[in-house]
Design a protein around this ligand. Structure first.
Ligand code: UT7
Length: 307
């Protein structure tokens, strides 16, 4: 059995901050941010929390899936920014949407979190442990940012994306999934502190490892670049996406982006983009996509998704 996406949803706070507004509080400029990252604005939660955003995205995905909440038997939230340490965000979401039959847990693998949660869901389905999975990536990163640090505050944003996976007959794709804790100091957030990042180190790591992971996952599944309709990368930086496309020798228009609108939303970025593309009618049944994530840990990987 394989999990097929039968519903998507997303939510971002209505409030946002554009580059011009940021440049009034830290020494930066719209020009620098656009040139170095491609980001134009980011949505920032005022009233919303990680849970409330996750719930709104989840409700949309459930409606789109035409499944009812009681049919969900596994609910995973990927997040690094839960409201509280206990209970986990997934249980809080369960309570709000009445998914009373779901096993619920959170997963923290930073910006690779949604990818690892997707792989986890596929493994549960393949093992016959569940049938219908609600997968959410939700982040309120604005609470983990030092708004006086121009090297990080320009990058991140808040939001949530969700997908519902339903078990169908089919073969499980092999994945490429990697972590290297020895390089963890490149991107950290201590308890009670803010996100700190060696931007150049993370940039170089992403540009090196992501094409390798994608090449690996294509080989593992006997696929070629031309078999893939879209490469859905974690939305961290336009220049990273461009560099990956260049290294793979694949045209950039196969790499959709929405980071200009939302900034880097960590584990929410991939489901946010999937939902946007789904609603725009850009995804067709049977198409193969590649999901690729990278970030703190360091962790990275790539998986095949058959739409
Ligand atoms: O989601 C997890 C994964 N995270 C990522 O993928 C992030 C990866 N890294 C990046 O995207 C990029 O490294 C950044 C966008 C964070 C930074 O871009 P960069 O081209 O690597 O810039 P840099 O750190 O080399 O800084 C270049 C210059 C420095 O000044 P000097 O030393 O050349 O005088 C910085 O102090 O730009 C300065 N700078 C800024 N200037 C204006 C750093 N931040 C800013 C800023 N505005 N916001």
């Amino acid at each position: 059995m394989i999990g097929k996406i039968c519903g998507t949803g997303s939510y971002v706070p209505v409030e946002y901050m554009d580059n011009h507004e940021l440049s009034r509080t830290v020494e930066t400029s719209d020009e620098w941010i656009r040139e170095r990252t491609g980001i134009v604005k980011r949505h920032i939660a005022k009233e919303d929390t990680t849970v409330s955003m996750a719930v709104k995205a989840a409700k949309q995905a459930l409606t789109d899936s035409e499944l009812c909440e009681e049919e969900i038997d596994l609910l995973i939230v990927s997040t690094i920014s839960s409201n509280v340490i206990l209970p986990c965000t997934a249980c809080e979401v369960q309570k709000e949407i009445h998914a009373i039959n779901a096993t619920c847990f959170d997963l923290n693998a930073a910006c690779t979190g949604f990818l690892f949660a997707y792989n986890t869901a596929q493994a549960y389905i393949a093992a016959g442990m569940c049938k219908n999975v609600l997968l959410i990536g939700a982040e309120c990163l604005s609470t983990l940012i030092d708004w006086k640090d121009r090297t990080t505050c320009i990058l991140f944003g808040d939001g949530a994306g969700a997908v519902v996976l339903r078990a169908e007959k089919g073969n499980l794709y092999r994945t490429v999934s990697c972590s290297d804790g020895r390089k963890g100091t490149a991107l950290t957030c201590d308890m009670g502190d803010y996100i700190k990042m060696n931007g150049q180190e993370v940039f170089k790591f992403a540009v090196r490892q992501v094409p390798e992971a994608i090449a690996g996952v294509l080989k593992e599944n006997n696929l070629k670049e031309e078999d893939i309709a879209h490469f859905i990368l974690h939305q961290a930086n336009r220049r990273i996406v461009e560099a990956v496309a260049r290294r793979m020798n694949v045209e950039l228009d196969k790499f959709p982006m929405n980071l200009q609108e939302y900034g880097n939303t960590s584990s929410a970025s991939i489901p946010l983009l999937l939902d946007e593309m789904n609603r725009q009618g850009k995804l067709k049944r049977g198409q193969k996509l590649i999901l690729a994530g990278f970030g703190a840990g360091l962790s990275w990987g790539a998986s095949v998704l058959e739409w």
